[in-house]
Design a binder for this molecule. Structure first.
Ligand code: FES
Length: 170
C-alpha cells in the first residue's frame, strides 16, 4: 500500500470513529435515565452497526459511565446480541422441542460440515452466519430453519445442503 492510499484509509477510519462516537452519544442520550435502557441502547447499536463492535461498546462504556464488564454481561446473556459482524446470509436453526426431536441437531451438523467444506475450498468463512434459535412458531413443519428471513420446513441434511448451495449461487 502506498503512502497516499494509507493516508486515505486512515482518513476513512478516523471519519468512521468520529461518526460512531456521535451516533453512540445520540443513542445514549435518547435513552438516558430510562429504566432498562442498556438493553434498548444495545438493540439500537446492533440495528445501526449489525453487531456490537468492541470499539462501540467501549465508547458506550465511556459515554454512560458503565463498566465494560456490565455491558458484556448483558451482551453475552441475550442470545440476540452479536459480537461479530453478521454474514452475508443468516441461517437460524430452530432448536425448539419439536424441531430438536425431529433432527435439528443433524441439520446443524450438516450446516457446519458445509461451511467447513466451503472454507476449505477458498470460500469466505463469514459468508453464512449460523445460529440456534428457539421455536419459530411453525412446529408443524419441523425441523425448520430460517434462511435470510425465509422459512424452510420438513428438512433433512440433504435438503439443507441444497438450500445452502442455492443461496451461494444467488
Ligand atoms: S420447535 Fe421448531 S418451529 Fe417450533
Amino acid at each position: 500500500m502506498n503512502t497516499k492510499s494509507a493516508d486515505a484509509e486512515l482518513g476513512n477510519i478516523l471519519d468512521w470513529v468520529e461518526r460512531m462516537r456521535k451516533r453512540v452519544c445520540e443513542i445514549a442520550r435518547e435513552w438516558e435515565g430510562r429504566e432498562g435502557n442498556l438493553i434498548m441502547i444495545l438493540h439500537a447499536i446492533q440495528n445501526e452497526f449489525g453487531y456490537v463492535p468492541r470499539g462501540v461498546a467501549n465508547e458506550l462504556s465511556r459515554e454512560m459511565g458503565i463498566s465494560m464488564a456490565r455491558i458484556y454481561e448483558v451482551i453475552t446473556f441475550y442470545h440476540y446480541f452479536r459480537l461479530t459482524p453478521p454474514g452475508n446470509h443468516t441461517v437460524q436453526v430452530c432448536m425448539g422441542t419439536a424441531c430438536y426431536l425431529k433432527g435439528a441437531e443433524q441439520l446443524r451438523d450438516e450446516l457446519e460440515r458445509q461451511l467447513k467444506l466451503m472454507e476449505a475450498s477458498g470460500g469466505r468463512k463469514d459468508e453464512f452466519q449460523v445460529e440456534n434459535v428457539r421455536c419459530i412458531g411453525c412446529c408443524g413443519m419441523a425441523p425448520a430453519v430460517v434462511v435470510d428471513g425465509e422459512t424452510h420446513g420438513r428438512l433433512c441434511p440433504d435438503k439443507v445442503k441444497a438450500v445452502v448451495k442455492q443461496k451461494r449461487g444467488k
